[in-house]
Design a protein around this ligand. Structure first.
Ligand code: ZN
Length: 188
C-alpha cells in the first residue's frame, strides 16, 4: 500500500485503546518504519537528475526494514520511550505487521513484481513471504481500505477529540480541534 494508506491504518491502530499522545505517535511510526528501506527511491531520483544511474530502491526496498527483527527492535524502543508499557510494545508490533500484511496483499508492481518479503532477514534470508492473490499497488482495493480507515479516523476524532494532525503539529491540531468544536463536529 502507499505511505498515506499505511499512515491512516497505523494511526487507527494506535487509537484502538486509550493512550497518551506520545504512545499514539510511536505506534503510528511503527506502521511507517518498514518503508525506511525505500529511501533509495530519493537517491535514485537524485542520481537520475544528475545524469547517473543507481538502483538502491530496487535493491533495498522490502528487505532491510521489512522483517521481524526490525519490528521487534522498534517495538522495544517504543515501549521504553513510552514508559516500558507492554500495551505500546504489542500495538507497535501489530502496526508494524499490519504494514507487512498490507504490502503482501496489495503492493504488486505494474510489471507484475510481487516484492517478496524476507520476514526472517538477516537470519533466514531465503524464506520469503508472498501471496499469489496479491493485487496491484494502484488497485481500487487499496483506495477502499484507505477511505474506510479515514472514515474510522474521523469517528475517532469525533468521540475522542484527537486527530491525526497530532503527528505533524500540535498547534495545527489545536486549531483543527477548535474549529471542530465550534462546528459541533466533536461530540461532547
Ligand atoms: Zn512497505
Amino acid at each position: 500500500m502507499s505511505p498515506g494508506q499505511h499512515f491512516i491504518i497505523s494511526w487507527v491502530t494506535a487509537n484502538t485503546v486509550s493512550l497518551d499522545r506520545k504512545s499514539r505517535i510511536f505506534i503510528t511510526l511503527s506502521g511507517l518504519i518498514p518503508d525506511v528501506d525505500g529511501i533509495g527511491y530519493i537517491v535514485d531520483r537524485v542520481a537520475a537528475y544528475l545524469g547517473s544511474s543507481t538502483t538502491y530502491y530496487e535493491d533495498f526496498h522490502h528487505i532491510y526494514t521489512h522483517n521481524l527483527l526490525t519490528g521487534l527492535v522498534f517495538a522495544i524502543i517504543c515501549s521504553i520511550i513510552c514508559g516500558k508499557r507492554m500495551v505500546v510494545f504489542w500495538l507497535s508490533l501489530l502496526a508494524f505487521h499490519l504494514h507487512l500484511l498490507c504490502d503482501i496483499a496489495g503492493a504488486r508492481g505494474p510489471d507484475g513484481d510481487q516484492w517478496p518479503i524476507p520476514y526472517f532477514y538477516p537470519f533466514l534470508p531465503d524464506i520469503q513471504l508472498v501471496w499469489s492473490g496479491q493485487w496491484e499497488l494502484s488497485s481500487w482495493i487499496n483506495s477502499a481500505f484507505g477511505i474506510s480507515f479515514f472514515i474510522i479516523a474521523l469517528i475517532i476524532a469525533r468521540y475522542r477529540h484527537v486527530t491525526f494532525f497530532e503527528l505533524f503539529s500540535l498547534r495545527f491540531e489545536k486549531l483543527v480541534g477548535e474549529v471542530a468544536t465550534r462546528r459541533g463536529f466533536f461530540k461532547s
